[in-house]
Ligand binder design. Structure first.
Ligand SMILES: NC(=O)c1ccc[n+]([C@@H]2O[C@H](COP(=O)([O-])OP(=O)(O)OC[C@H]3O[C@@H](n4cnc5c(N)ncnc54)[C@H](OP(=O)(O)O)[C@@H]3O)[C@@H](O)[C@H]2O)c1
Length: 249
């Protein structure tokens, strides 16, 4: 398998898209660090699923926005597993509301987790990747970062920010054979979208040429490709996994 001997870290690997990504990378042979912030039981379930499928992994709890906690976790992973070869910045939250009513704390929470979290984790792993002259950083952005969405100025800003962040880091790290890419999911069936009403879901489906919401596995397949040796000549790119609802780049 192409990722044999590699260590991956998936932030927010306990549930949803992150869990599917953990399973995909473990199936490709990586040892997978499953990060969570509060739901340790869900992270344990992800680990059990990996183990049941014959893979290897470990659970690691920390808040991606807490740089001291991130640095300590990466230090521990480096001591136990020789560093992080593949980082998937997937942890994300929403705090939706129209701009006119949005609290500053909702802006800060979303920017801290969804954008600063990618900075803290990437910064903590990059020296190790530079020494090895190999690495993969994959940032999970969103179709909302490209289209915008009323009620999500904080989320859209964070997700669009991840794209510029990734392109810039891709340029900085290319000489060391470290690639940095994004995956931009459309609407995917997870806890994040589970409270959308039937009516809203039907409205969303009407905007999706392929006619359905996506699955976490649809997204994980794209991440698996960007983590693989086969994607070595791709950096600074975004793979869109959205059923056709946005076709630009
Ligand atoms: N679902 C969609 O339609 C969709 C579409 C486009 C993009 N995305 C993006 O895809 C990513 C995953 O979304 P999802 O739908 O799978 O979300 P989800 O089911 O709500 O899961 C969120 C994950 O992030 C973790 N997390 C949240 N805050 C964290 C923090 N501060 N530090 C560490 N981990 C944290 C959660 O950990 P706990 O289990 O401990 O809470 C959980 O594992 C997000 O970045 C999201 O913005 C999702």
């Amino acid at each position: 398998m192409s990722l044999d001997g590699k260590t991956a870290l998936v932030t927010g690997g306990s549930r949803g898209i992150g869990r599917a990504v953990c399973l995909e990378l473990a199936a490709q042979g990586a040892t997978v660090g499953i990060n969570y912030v509060s739901n340790s039981a869900a992270a344990d379930e992800t680990l059990a699923a990996i183990t049941a499928a014959g893979g290897t992994g470990f659970v690691v709890g920390f808040d991606v926005a807490d740089s001291a906690a991130v640095q300590q976790a990466i230090k521990d992973i480096t001591a136990d597993h020789g560093g992080v070869d593949i980082l998937v910045n997937n942890a994300g939250i929403t705090r939706d509301g129209l701009m006119v009513r949005m609290k500053e704390s909702d802006w800060d929470a979303v920017l801290d987790t969804n954008l600063k979290g990618a900075f803290t984790c990437s910064k903590a792993v990059m020296r190790g990747m530079m020494k090895k002259r190999w690495g993969r950083i994959i940032n999970i952005t969103s179709v909302i970062g490209f289209l915008g969405n009323g009620g999500q100025v904080n989320y859209a800003a964070a997700k669009a920010g991840l794209v510029g962040f990734s392109k810039s880091m891709a340029r900085e790290l290319a000489a060391r054979q470290i690639t940095v890419n994004c995956v931009a999911p459309g609407y995917i069936v997870t806890d994040m979208t589970s409270d959308l009403s039937e009516d809203i879901q039907e409205m969303i489906k009407a905007r999706i040429p392929l006619g359905t919401l996506g699955t976490p596995e649809d997204v994980a397949a794209a991440v698996g490709y960007l983590a693989s040796v086969e994607s070595s000549y791709m950096t600074g790119q975004t793979l869109h996994v959205n059923g056709g609802m946005y076709m630009g780049n």
